[in-house]
Design a protein around this ligand. Structure first.
Ligand code: NAD
Length: 424
């Protein structure tokens, strides 16, 4: 029943087929009828656009881009735009479905969407990047808008790219439309508290998990893979709550610090070295050993697909909180479950960013900016409510948190779809 979007060889992992079959399984578990499951699985709109760009040399280059709206039963589409040479329609479709689930799990009034352009932005000048962004934004403009579909930054796109998209769509409309994208700079309608919101959400989920397991945060040993936009604030946030970050990795390697990293010292070292390697007092270890270091909590906050069967078998921690998107393979997840390692899945753990995006959009629509305290307070409550709802269902269903979160998301999407009925 699952639709193959792209005729890739069947022996190559297809992220779209993977998420589609997971949604189907959740639908069956909930006892939904086949017609409803088909509606929930299938993306509503797939737009492929040709993006011609005049390069600095005067030549014209062609790029391909997509915007996909997966499901809009709970509200307008929400999801990032990525610029990457490996972007393809299956990946974007899979990520759009992930966003439908994520928004439903944290119960914010959005559907799921995602977009991307197949391009290596590192090979473009700033002028070329701006022209590419604006032409892509123009081509997807009929599909996006504050009440239709609201893009945000993702891999290789940032607040500047969002500013160009917002400007392009505003020029087409004839007036400013700050609510068309989130993750904008503050000066044009961005929100306080947006930067760092994902890490804050990961921290809330970590604390909530410890509470459910009756474990005090004080002295819990944490290993983190990644010291970027998500990983670096995490070292500080978890240390401030009494945990010890005993292992850390970035693209250059991994370090082991049995007594716990001093986040201020690390930040100062990173500023000069541009890497965590060489942190005073840290023992260099092989990157593959990070998740085997004696620890209680593992936090992948870098790449997808890193927790495979082998890593899962050797994992020392008894808890894992997925800050990265899709860090665990299907086989890895099965091993973690068989070893009773409690996992807070990505659709819940890293949803703080999209919740902050929701607040930014709400402020833009209201034309009234919130203070930092209000953003943080509401973010904390939304993440707590989401964690509690998934935990409660996990107790009832006796399923791993990953499967439970999917069930909660699909159930909410199904409810909205049924209430709205089928047009015409
Ligand atoms: P980033 O580019 O800022 O940081 C990535 C980090 O990973 C860097 O420290 C880099 O050195 C490290 N890294 C790269 N390759 C590595 C390797 N082979 N081994 C160990 N470390 C490696 O990215 P980010 O925004 O921090 O995102 C990290 C993850 O979190 C991604 O999976 C992303 O999809 C997910 N995520 C991010 C946000 C957000 O708000 N930024 C929101 C939701 C999910």
């Amino acid at each position: 029943m699952v639709t193959r979007l792209h005729e890739a060889p069947s022996d190559v992992f297809n992220p779209w087929l993977h998420i589609a079959s997971l949604i189907e399984q959740a639908g069956h578990l909930l006892g939904l009828n086949e017609g409803l499951i088909k509606r929930i699985v299938t993306p509503e709109r797939i737009l492929e656009v040709a993006v011609p760009v005049r390069m600095d040399s005067g030549d014209i280059e062609m790029f391909t881009g997509w915007r996909i709206q997966h499901n809009s039963s709970r509200g307008p589409g929400k999801g990032g735009i990525r610029f990457h040479p490996s972007v393809n329609v299956d990946e974007i479709a899979a990520l759009s479905a992930d966003m439908s689930i994520k928004c439903a799990v944290v119960n914010i009034p959005y559907g799921g969407a995602k977009g991307g352009v197949r391009v290596d932005p590192a090979l473009l000048s700033r002028g070329e990047l701006e022209r590419l962004t604006r032409r892509y934004a123009f081509s997807i403009a009929p599909m996006i808008g504050p009440d239709r579909d609201i893009p945000a930054p993702d891999i290789n796109t940032d607040p500047q790219v969002m500013s160009w998209i917002m400007d392009t769509v505003s020029m087409l409309a004839g007036h400013s439309l700050p609510g068309v994208v989130t993750g904008k700079p503050l000066a044009i309608g961005g929100s306080l508290g947006h930067a760092g919101a994902t890490s804050f959400g990961v921290t809330i989920c970590t604390m909530a998990l410890l509470k459910q397991l009756n474990r005090p945060a004080l002295g819990e040993r944490v290993v983190i893979q990644g010291y970027g936009k998500v990983g670096s604030p995490l070292v500080k946030l978890l240390s401030e709550r009494g945990m010890k970050v005993v292992g850390l990795a970035d693209i250059h390697g991994a370090i082991h610090v049995p007594d716990g990293i001093d986040y201020l010292k690390l930040a100062a070292h990173f500023e000069d070295a541009k890497s965590i390697m060489g942190y005073p007092g840290g023992d260099e270890v092989h990157a593959d050993e990070l998740f085997s270091l004696p620890s209680d909590i593992a936090i992948p906050a870098a790449l997808g697909g890193v927790i495979d069967e082998k890593v899962a078998e050797k994992m020392s921690a008894s808890m894992m909180v997925e800050a990265a998107n899709g860090p665990t393979t299907g086989e890895g997840a099965a091993v973690l479950t068989s070893r009773n390692i409690q996992v807070v899945p990505d659709v819940l753990a890293n949803a703080g960013g999209v919740v902050a995006s929701y607040f930014e959009w709400a402020q833009d629509l209201q034309g009234f900016m919130w203070e930092m305290e209000l953003v943080q307070q509401r973010l904390e409550k939304t993440m707590h409510d989401a964690f509690d709802a998934v935990w409660l269902r996990h107790d009832q269903l006796n399923l791993p948190l990953r499967d439970t979160a999917l069930v909660v998301g699909v159930e909410r999407i199904a409810e909205a779809t049924e209430l709205r009925g089928l047009f015409p």
